[in-house]
Structure formats: structure tokens, C-alpha cells
Design a protein around this ligand. Structure first.
Ligand code: NOJ
Length: 529
């Protein structure tokens, strides 16, 4: 069970309105209380913060915004004392344009070694070298003035203009990242979450994108990088892991990243991207387990992170049963049904936490936090909003600082004004309103994690039960965790479902009325045998 901390939004110790490492260290007890095994920290490295730290200017230090290397060491020490492992984010697809390498590249002529660390090309017919677009909108190429001030070459940036892509055909890039991995492994980290893992290699000749052909993603050469990294992490003691952030099309392609000699895990975004519908969820779960098993790896599960609308909000969208829309919501947009969203989110989590493998939780989901869906556009910071020409509101809504108490400045996040304003509803969702309160989202998560651990569900095998054989409709998901005396029932239908009389309910996503599982509820039952 791995809990994602987005450092700028978890806990602010110094009152500048932005979370920091000392803040994280001071709040780690919350994670012990919750019952997770590890934390993954989104980037805290020196950065101009044009993409909230995913634009790294120095891979071996801590941005003063977040503290110092000593603060980092203290965080790791405290986490390890609490038996929490620490996974850090590594961003190998691109650096910040403030990185010394990129500055050197700009000061050097076309064809130089310095330019060769990035993807600089001459233009085509007066325009960019090809038709690729940035993930944040707009062209993926920007033209630079040459040192003699004439209009010059173009550089590739699959993300923001301040995130030039590295050229992974350069041996120097490989050496540099080996050294970066060692730097953090030597400091005691337990692993890396690898940003844009599917992007490092680009098809030879950088051909245009046509139809289904996307020559910038999931090229075979990326796997050579991860084989080498696996060899490197395996030279360290203990268990150190690599986890891929790879948005690839099929479960099969994703499983390539977790072959025995590559990474240990990859985020299963197919699960996150499945509409709230029983047949589709069942198919995704089956596919996911099958593809992971084919390469002998554990599957992972995830419903929320810092790039998508939180599932408590997403599942309250009007069309959540047919499509998954992860794009940000703002003033003037249709507002999701918050109550329905939370009910479904709790059911979805109850379903997810029964599944074998490893799950990633995003900070605040254990409180049932919704996205901030009415942020004034003027406060938005995600480059998506500007780059899309104000058509995509981006990801600020899921990045709002978390509440720790129902009162006080920034709801206990820190002594200063938070870098994004918190929705009013965050006050009543703060942990001091939920801890020890029967039926709260926090207590639900604690219960699910405790039972999962006790019953060792993470290593179980699932066996589907045809719902119609147990008196339930097709819209109900039913499965057993084989050998763990546990049955899971999730009601995605429109009618309440009667649980068997005298059911021994281990956990339920909401209050059961007359032994019935209402629509959008899930439960775990003790099932003898
Ligand atoms: C994926 C990260 O999760 C996201 O936040 C970031 O914008 C892109 N990669 C680019 O680094």
C-alpha cells in the first residue's frame, strides 16, 4: 500500500503557503495510523516550478521551497523508524530549461555535444521539424535564437516549453541518470516512481504522427533503459523498487515494463480509466491480472493522483457510468454530484483494496476529499490552462492543500495562506472530524487496510462468482479471495441488493440498511470455507 504525497500540498511547516519536507516528517504518524507501507513523494528538487517540480533543474538537491537535503535525510530516517518505505520521483524524459545542461546547449552551436543531450533539430519548410504536439497543448517544438542571434534550431518538449526532452541515445544521459539513481539510493530511498517512463525513446527520424502511430511513446528502446536500471537497483541491499508511470494503450504493452528484468510495478491507469460499470470493471480487472501474471509481476491499482480529477469528484460526473473524464472542472462547468461521487468513490476504493497486488493512494482520498471545482481561473498554476488556450482547466483542482483540522489558518495545513484556496467543505472533512468517527471515510480506509493486511488479501487469487447464482443482478460484482475466507460484493446497479441473512460484514463502504447493499455500495463479507 503506497501513499502518494504531493509535497507542496501536504503540510507546510514554515508558513510560506507551500508544503515542505519538514511538514511531511511531522505528519508521518498519520500514515502509520492509516496503515500504509510506503510513501511516494512527488518531486521536491530545485526547479523553477513551471510544472510543479516536474521540471527539474538539479536532480541531486532539494528546492529551498521544500527544505534541504538534511530535511530529506531526517524524513527518511523518521519514515524508516516508523517502518514506512520512501519512494522518490525521478524525471528522466526532460529536464527544466533552467538545468545547466540546457543552458549550455543554448550557448553551443548546432551539432555540438551539448546540444546532443537534448533533441534539437532544424526546422522544416520554415516551421517545426514535425507535427508533434505537447501533452499540455500547442506545438511540441520551440525555436531558439542561435548564439549569433539568428533564428535557429528547434527543440522538442513533449510537455511545457520549459521542459526540454532529453535525448536518450546520448550515452552521457544514461551515465548521468545512473549517477542520480545512485545518489538517492545511497541516501536510503527504497525506490523510484519513473515519470513519463514510456517517453524516453523516440522513433528514429522523428516521423510525423499519423492516425494511430505515435512515434514518441512506448518505443522498444525504453526497455533497455529499465533493464539497466534494474541491474543497478539490484546491486543495493534490501528491496528497492522501480515503478513506471506509462500511459500506454494496452494492458499487454504495460506489462512489458514489469517483465522480470525490468521494473517491479507500473501504474494500472486502465483501472482508473474504466467507467463505473460492472461489466467494464470486471473486464479491466481480469485483463489487468492476466497481463501481470503473464510476466510474473504483481498488478497495481490506482484511482486518484495529482494529474486527474479525484475519484470522489470524477465518479459524481453525470456520465461516469459511460466515460471517464479526468479533465479539470472550474466555474461555469457542470458541477458533479458531490454526494453521489463520494458514495461511489468509497465503493470503488472498497473494491480496489480487495484486489491482489499493490495499490496507490493519493493524499486526501482517505478523507474523501473532492476536487476544488470552483477555483477562480486567476489562481490556476498548471501550465495546461495557458497552453491549451484556456480550453482545459488542468490539474489544480486535485492539488489543493489538504486540511488537517476543521479550524485555524489553512485548516491546519500551515501557518500561512495556502498556495491554492481550499474549498469550504474541506473543513468538515479534516481528520479531526473523522478520526474515531464510525462511518467516516478515514475509518473506512483504516478498516479496509487493516483487514487487507490481516487476511493477506494482497497475495490472494480472486474467483468471480456469477451474481445471478447468489440472487443478485448482473450489475453486481461478486468475487472471493481464494483461501482468505473473504467475499467482495459491489453493487453498481440501480436497486438495493440483499446480503445473505446473518452475513458477517467485515467492512462496508456505507451504512447497511436492513442488511441491504444500496446502489453504489460495496462490502467485504467473511465467507467461511
Ligand atoms: C507526469 C506527471 O505525473 C505530471 O504531473 C507531469 O506534468 C508530467 N509527467 C510531465 O513531467
Amino acid at each position: 500500500m503506497i501513499y502518494q504525497i504531493y509535497p507542496r500540498s501536504w503540510a507546510d511547516s514554515d508558513g510560506d503557503g507551500i508544503g515542505d519536507l519538514a511538514g511531511i516528517t511531522s505528519r508521518l504518524d498519520h500514515l502509520v495510523d492509516l496503515g500504509v507501507d510506503a510513501v511516494w513523494l512527488s518531486p521536491f528538487y530545485p526547479s523553477p516550478q513551471h510544472d510543479a517540480g516536474y521540471d527539474v533543474a538539479d536532480y541531486r538537491n532539494v528546492d529551498p521551497l521544500f527544505g534541504t537535503l538534511d530535511d530529506f535525510d531526517r524524513l527518511v530516517e523518521r519514515a524508516h523508524d516508523l517502518e514506512l518505505r520512501v519512494i522518490v520521483d525521478i524525471v528522466p524524459n526532460h529536464t527544466s530549461s533552467d538545468h545547466p545542461w540546457f543552458r549550455e546547449a543554448l550557448d553551443s552551436p548546432p551539432g555540438s555535444l551539448e546540444r546532443g543531450r537534448y533533441i534539437f533539430r532544424d526546422g522544416r519548410d520554415g516551421g517545426p521539424p514535425n507535427n508533434w504536439t505537447s501533452r499540455f497543448g500547442g506545438p511540441a517544438w520551440t525555436r531558439v535564437p542561435e548564439p549569433d542571434r539568428t533564428a535557429g534550431q528547434w527543440y522538442l518538449h513533449l510537455f511545457d516549453v520549459s521542459q526540454p526532452d532529453l535525448d536518450w541515445t546520448s550515452p552521457e544521459v544514461h551515465q548521468e541518470f545512473d549517477a542520480i539513481l545512485r545518489f538517492w539510493l545511497d541516501r536510503g530511498v527504497d525506490g523510484f516512481r519513473v515519470d513519463v517512463a514510456h517517453g524516453l525513446a523516440k522513433a528514429d527520424g522523428l516521423p510525423d504522427t499519423t492516425g494511430d502511430s505515435l512515434p514518441m511513446w512506448d518505443q522498444p528502446e525504453v526497455h533497455d533503459v529499465y533493464r539497466a536500471w534494474r541491474r543497478l537497483v539490484d546491486t543495493y541491499d534490501g528491496e528497492r523498487i522501480l515503478c513506471a508511470e506509462a500511459w500506454v494503450e494496452s494492458g499487454e504493452a504495460l506489462a512489458h515494463y514489469i517483465r522480470p528484468d525490468e521494473m517491479h510495478q507500473s501504474f494500472n491507469f486502465n483501472f482508473l480509466m474504466t467507467p463505473w460499470r460492472a461489466d467494464l470493471l470486471r473486464a479491466t480487472i481480469d485483463d489487468s491480472l492476466r497481463h501481470a501474471a503473464a510476466v510474473g509481476a504483481p498488478q497495481t491499482w490506482v484511482l486518484s493522483n495529482h494529474d486527474v480529477v479525484r475519484h470522489a469528484t470524477r465518479l459524481g460526473r453525470a456520465d461516469a457510468t459511460s466515460v471517464v473524464d479526468t479533465s479539470g472542472i472550474g466555474i461555469g462547468d457542470p458541477q458533479p454530484d458531490a454526494q453521489l461521487g463520494l458514495r461511489r468513490a468509497r465503493a470503488a476504493t472498497t473494491l480496489m483494496l480487495a484486489l491482489p497486488g499493490s495499490a496507490y493512494l493519493y493524499q486526501g482520498e482517505e478523507l474523501g476529499l473532492p476536487d476544488a471545482t470552483t477555483l477562480p481561473d486567476a489562481v490556476r498554476q498548471d501550465p495546461t490552462w495557458e497552453r491549451s488556450g484556456h480550453t482545459d482547466r488542468g490539474r489544480d483542482g486535485c492539488r489543493v492543500p489538504v486540511p488537517w483540522s476543521s479550524e485555524g489558518p489553512s485548516l491546519g495545513f500551515g501557518p500561512g495562506d495556502p498556495w491554492l484556496p481550499q474549498p469550504v467543505v474541506y473543513a468538515e472533512l479534516a481528520p479531526d472530524r473523522q478520526r474515531g468517527v464510525a462511518g467516516s471515510t478515514f475509518e473506512l480506509y483504516r478498516r479496509l487496510l487493516a483487514v487487507r493486511r490481516e487476511r493477506r488479501l494482497g497475495t490472494a487469487r480472486i474467483a468471480w462468482v456469477d451474481p445471478t447464482t447468489v440472487g443478485m443482478g448482473e450489475d453486481v460484482l461478486v468475487f472471493d479471495l481464494v483461501g482468505r475466507e473473504t467475499r467482495v460484493i459491489a453493487n453498481l446497479g440501480a436497486w438495493p441488493v440483499d446480503l445473505p441473512p446473518d452475513s458477517d460484514v467485515l467492512a462496508a463502504s456505507d451504512v447497511l440498511e436492513d442488511g441491504r447493499l444500496r446502489p453504489d455500495m460495496a462490502a467485504w463479507l467473511h465467507a467461511a470455507g
